[in-house]
Ligand binder design. Sequence first.
Ligand code: ZN
Length: 258
Amino acid sequence: MIDIGCNLTHRRFRADLAEVLHRAAGAGVDRMVVTGLNVDVSEKAERLASARPEQLRCTAGVHPHNARTVGPRSPAALEALSHRPVVAAIGECGLDYDRDFSPRPVQRSVFEMQLELAAARRMPVFLHEREAHDDFLAILSRWRPKLVGGVVHCFTGQRAALEAYLALDLHVGITGWICDARRGAHLAALIPTIPRDRLMIETDAPFLTPRSAPARRNEPSFLPYVLRAVAAAVGEPEAHVAEQTTRVAERFFGFAPS
Ligand SMILES: [Zn+2]
């Protein structure tokens, strides 16, 4: 399986990253995509992935929370990263009006800067949207004809949002949010409507620990908890859903077929 979104550069993995990767492999999560959250984290993610190219890919980008940290040299730094062989997508990028850690106009311009890069480099985008659906959709709709593809990671929204993303021919990433019976119930009802060639799974580790997992810190070895919940939602065997989501992720992120 492929965990399409994990923050392995996070300080909570500093002490035991080798064990985390080993446990992931033992749990059937043989490949992972490390998320870039700003230029510095993206450079760290690129170094990490370059050291283990069989196992890891990464994204390069600026999370909307960090949009205000973008400086005049950031676009060139991201452009340089985009040429590295392990950098498989631009992002995570998008809009987050839930916490508003960066001013909204800055979020929008930093988002578009990354869409422009992804279009120019013909790379897919790894997208984040929280409480910003209308602006996010408006920007993305304008750029979509120029983009080769995109995944709305950690989708937790409502049916109308999902339909709008699928109408733009985007992929959808599902996290352990679905393992929470209370918060994830509406999501479980929506998952069967996602075309199977658009669906991928992720942990977003060290965040969003599945309710059912045996530790407080989330890690890629807990991806099977997400798989189990997604398989239950679509009413198919776990092995089948694992196979399908892995093939989709291989194609999307350019991993060699396993
Ligand atoms: Zn995100």
